[in-house]
Design a protein around this ligand. Structure first.
Ligand SMILES: C[S@@+](CC[C@H](N)C(=O)[O-])C[C@H]1O[C@@H](n2cnc3c(N)ncnc32)[C@H](O)[C@@H]1O
Length: 220
């Protein structure tokens, strides 16, 4: 039987009006994590990090996937309402036994020195929609989806940091659409020693969504 999707009904409250509601991209990421359940548990991750946790649906789900196999899940977001929503989603979910920390920060700013070489599972569903550059971070809502040129401008700031964050067996799950040029993303990370593959894809309206998984070797 599949794991339950974390309850995010509290997002209807006005204080969460700017928080990204779980959508097809979110659910595709949940499916990818669930299908890797065995190998993720076998990894026995000490530290998992979700950047841009929004509602907290993915972080809470990761907590369910890993259960007692995980020591800590850190979720970051630049939107303080998202930090609060993530905290509430984690507390409501079946994963509440896993220690969760929320941090209001850009990517992992301020945490990077402590996290260096120790992130076992890194997850990012970035703002990936192709938009004018000026739309990026123009409002809290826009921060959730506005990705600038090729929908890559936010993600491209993070890519060079990823190899330094991951532990030797660490893996990185990323949501992309075709306009983001996923093969180019894979080349950039390959230049930093990370191999990647598309593990799941789905069409949702006009978007062709995919989940890529990167690691130093063949992650399985
Ligand atoms: C597409 S939403 C994904 C939300 C959630 N992870 C999900 O899958 O439903 C992107 C999230 O990233 C956050 N975000 C955008 N830029 C960020 C940055 N530089 N650092 C941290 N979070 C960021 C947004 O506020 C938003 O919550």
């Amino acid at each position: 039987m599949g794991l339950p999707t974390p309850d995010t009904a509290h997002l209807r409250r006005p204080e969460y009006a700017t928080v990204y509601e779980p959508a097809e991209d979110t659910y595709l990421l949940l499916d990818a994590l669930e299908s890797d359940r065995e190998s993720l548990q076998a990894l026995r991750p000490a530290v998992c990090v979700e950047i841009g946790s929004g509602s907290g649906c993915v972080s809470a789900f990761l907590g369910q996937v890993l259960g007692p196999h995980c020591a800590l899940i850190i979720s970051t977001d630049i939107n303080p309402a998202a930090n609060a929503a993530t905290k509430e989603t984690a507390a409501r979910s079946a994963a509440h036994a896993v220690p969760f920390e929320q941090c209001r920060t850009r990517f992992v700013q301020g945490l990077d020195a402590r996290l260096a070489g120790s992130v076992d599972v890194l997850v990012f569903n970035p703002p990936y929609v192709v938009t004018p550059t000026a739309e990026i971070d123009s409002t809290p809502e826009a921060s959730a989806w506005a990705g600038g040129e090729h929908g890559r401008e936010v993600l491209d700031q993070l890519l060079p940091q990823i190899p330094a964050l991951l532990s030797p067996a660490g893996r990185f799950y990323l949501v992309v659409i075709e306009e983001n040029k996923p093969e180019e993303i894979a080349q950039i990370l390959a230049a930093h020693g990370l191999q990647g593959a598309r593990v799941l894809s789905r069409r949702a309206g006009r978007e062709h969504l995919s989940i890529y998984r990167f690691s130093r070797g063949c992650a399985e």
